[in-house]
Design a protein around this ligand. Structure first.
Ligand code: URA
Length: 229
């Protein structure tokens, strides 16, 4: 973690205040004065500020069931921010590991640990996200094959990565994908001549949604570690 972030996470200081103190030579890592705010603090480093040892607050890992008509943004816009539901404070430090559209409901993972969320978001790690999708028209017969082979989204150079389709009824399906392009699910169904009328994320990796709409909980250590490989 960067030194300025470490100081913010272990004090009530803002980033600007932390950087000022670092530039003034008030911060030390293992008794060496450090004046570069981007210096990395490693696990066993001792950090002091004005001679006082700092202990960083632990990272937070949150699971939430996103209601419709809320947005995955730190501030209210056309709809209220999802963060209004989390009353823990310091919400500006949090970000969402894979946003949902305003009208999409379901599982959202929220954290202040950027390395952890990278493992969930990057397509290279092949972290599976499962969506329950309501469709305007019955699904075409070869949809499973089309999604397994990849479909061409408008404006993209490459086909989508292999995705798995499970048909519940002709107009309700489960789709499992490992990437998260803008409006990915809606665009995938549009690419095969259909339209998404409802969208709900059920699962990310091995974590299934188990709280009611608008509610949240901290992840267990085991759940957190399930994304760290
Ligand atoms: N794909 C979409 O189209 N919308 C979402 O909210 C999530 C995935």
């Amino acid at each position: 973690m960067r030194l300025d972030k470490f100081i913010c996470k272990s004090t009530e200081l803002t980033k600007t205040q932390a950087v000022e103190l670092i530039l003034e030579g008030r911060a030390k890592i293992n008794s060496d004065v450090v004046t570069l705010e981007s210096t990395q603090v490693h696990e066993n480093n001792q950090v002091t500020l004005n001679g006082k040892e700092l202990v960083a607050r632990p990272f937070r890992y949150i699971l939430m069931n996103k209601p419709a008509n809320t947005i995955c943004s730190n501030i209210d816009e056309a709809y209220p921010s999802l963060f209004n539901y989390i009353e823990e404070g310091n919400n500006e430090e949090l970000h969402i590991a894979g946003r949902l559209d305003a009208d999409t409901t379901g599982l959202v993972l929220i954290t202040d640990d950027g390395h952890w969320s990278y493992n969930i978001i990057t397509p290279n790690k092949k972290c599976e996200k499962v969506y329950r999708v309501g469709l305007r028209k019955p699904i075409v017969e070869d949809a499973e094959k089309q999604f397994a082979e990849g479909v061409q989204l408008q404006g993209e150079l490459q086909l989508t990565r292999p995705a798995k389709l499970d048909i519940i009824t002709p107009q309700e399906v489960l789709l499992t994908i490992t990437e998260g392009k803008f409006h990915q699910v809606k665009r995938m169904f549009s690419a095969i001549g259909n339209k998404v009328v409802s969208l709900h994320r059920k699962k990310i990796g091995s974590i299934s949604l188990d709280v009611n709409e608008g509610q949240w909980r901290y992840l267990t250590e085991e759940e957190v570690n399930s994304f760290s490989k």
